[in-house]
Ligand binder design. Structure first.
Ligand code: ZN
Length: 415
């Protein structure tokens, strides 16, 4: 660890209370999506930047979905690193149970920070903001440019956040993107699956429930169709290039981060039948059955391949049709990029182990950078309780994520 990096770590330790105060109040800034109004969280971030005279502007194509964007140039020309994190969070259900305060408490207890968004992803976004702050103080000795994008509208894959910035503000593209979505300290994510949501509709004549000779039943056809759709999971879907062997090597890490069994589905298409709707009454034969399926496509599999399977299945179901409701292709970038090595070396120095490159099951905004060929990497806390009661992050993990982002951004901009 060189002197500057050690000095950065010392400062983070000295600033511990201030960083924790920002993070807990960030969790308290209630901004569930839907509805996605993030003005309170954006105001919290802006006030922090403002108080430290850090450069930023608000880009709000929709007034309730502001994005906080800051940029500064370093002393020497060089590469452009983009820090990205979202400020909206999942909604909180009425029946969630919380051991420490409610979903918006930001409670500090048992050495952890509790609340909706503590893991997904106000820990990681805080790390981006602090990285921006610490490196701004060192800009005279760094190369290139650093950009902060603290964005709205991520949880519903909405159009007003990162998507708007990437489409309309090429100045946020950069040469590399670093993000603090939950990943677990043991893994660095270089890719993610792509969702493909399809709505199926089965239509029949319908009839009185006793007149089964008079019509086919939409619900019974729907049940058979579901059984056939689920078999799409058996498709052979090897990963391209160096990704396959790498995912195999990191199988244990993947299970550790995402739960046992995750490594078995990471490179497979999965099928979730999220909604099934049919029938009005027990003694009527349904004339319509609606099935909403959530396919997740692994790296290297495009929607045409899955839809070709769907078409083949529907050949046997003349009563059924479908529409694609939502789709984002799977996204990945170089799993052996310099940034992976930088993060591994820093985590090794901080914690004594090397996080492994892996892919993710769910979606993040980093896909938007990967789509335009900007390598984007995710390193954040465990996804503990994400989207349920008791979401939390240990304070030590929070500080670890902050340190890793600060040191890694420093390394990238000092080469
Ligand atoms: Zn997230």
């Amino acid at each position: 660890m060189d002197d500057t990096k050690q000095a950065l770590l010392d400062r983070i330790e000295a600033d511990r209370d201030m960083l924790l105060d920002f993070y807990t109040k960030f969790v308290q800034a209630k901004c569930p999506n839907p509805p996605g109004d993030t003005r309170e969280a954006a105001a919290h971030v802006s006030a922090f930047l403002e108080a430290r005279s850090l450069p930023y502007r608000i880009i709000d194509p929709h007034p309730e979905f502001p994005n906080v964007v800051g940029t500064f140039e370093c002393a020497q020309p060089g590469r452009h690193l983009v820090l990205n994190g979202h400020i909206d969070v999942f909604p909180a259900g009425e029946h969630e149970t919380w051991s420490h305060g409610g979903p918006w408490s930001g409670a500090v207890a048992d050495g952890k920070v509790w609340g909706r968004g503590s893991a997904d992803m106000k820990c990681g976004t805080s790390a981006s903001i602090f990285t921006f702050m610490y490196l701004h103080g060192l800009r005279d000795r760094l190369n290139g440019r650093l950009t902060l994008t603290a964005v709205s509208d991520e949880e519903t894959f909405g159009p007003w956040g990162a998507r708007y910035l990437v489409d309309n503000h090429p100045e946020v593209h950069g040469d590399c993107c670093l993000n603090g979505e939950p990943s677990s300290p043991y893994s660095i994510r270089f890719g993610e699956k792509g969702p493909l949501w399809v709505e199926f509709k089965v239509k029949t004549q319908g009839a009185h429930g006793a007149y089964t000779h008079a019509t086919e039943s939409a619900s019974r056809i729907g049940a058979r169709l579901i059984a056939d759709l689920v078999r799409i999971e058996e498709m052979d879907t090897p990963a391209p290039g160096n990704v396959g062997p790498l995912l195999e090597r990191s199988a244990e890490t993947t299970d550790r981060a995402l739960g046992a069994g995750a490594s078995e589905i990471i490179q497979k298409v999965t099928v979730n039948i999220g909604v099934v709707r049919a029938g009005l009454k027990v003694n009527m034969i349904p004339s319509e059955c609606v099935i909403e399926a959530d396919f997740r496509l692994p790296i290297g599999v495009d929607q045409d391949r899955v839809l070709a399977e769907v078409d083949r299945i529907l050949h046997d179901y003349p009563q059924a049709g479908y529409t694609v409701v939502n789709h984002a292709p799977p996204a990945w970038c170089d799993p052996e990029h310099e940034m992976i090595g930088i993060i591994q070396a820093n985590v090794k120095a901080l914690r004594g182990f090397e996080p492994q490159p892996t892919s993710s099951l769910g979606g993040t905004d980093t896909r938007l950078w990967r789509y335009i060929d900007v390598p984007a990497y995710v390193y954040g806390p465990f996804p503990t309780g994400m989207g349920t009661g008791n979401e939390h992050v240990p304070i030590d993990d929070f500080l670890h994520v902050v340190k890793t982002h600060v040191l890694s951004a420093y390394d990238y901009l000092s080469r």
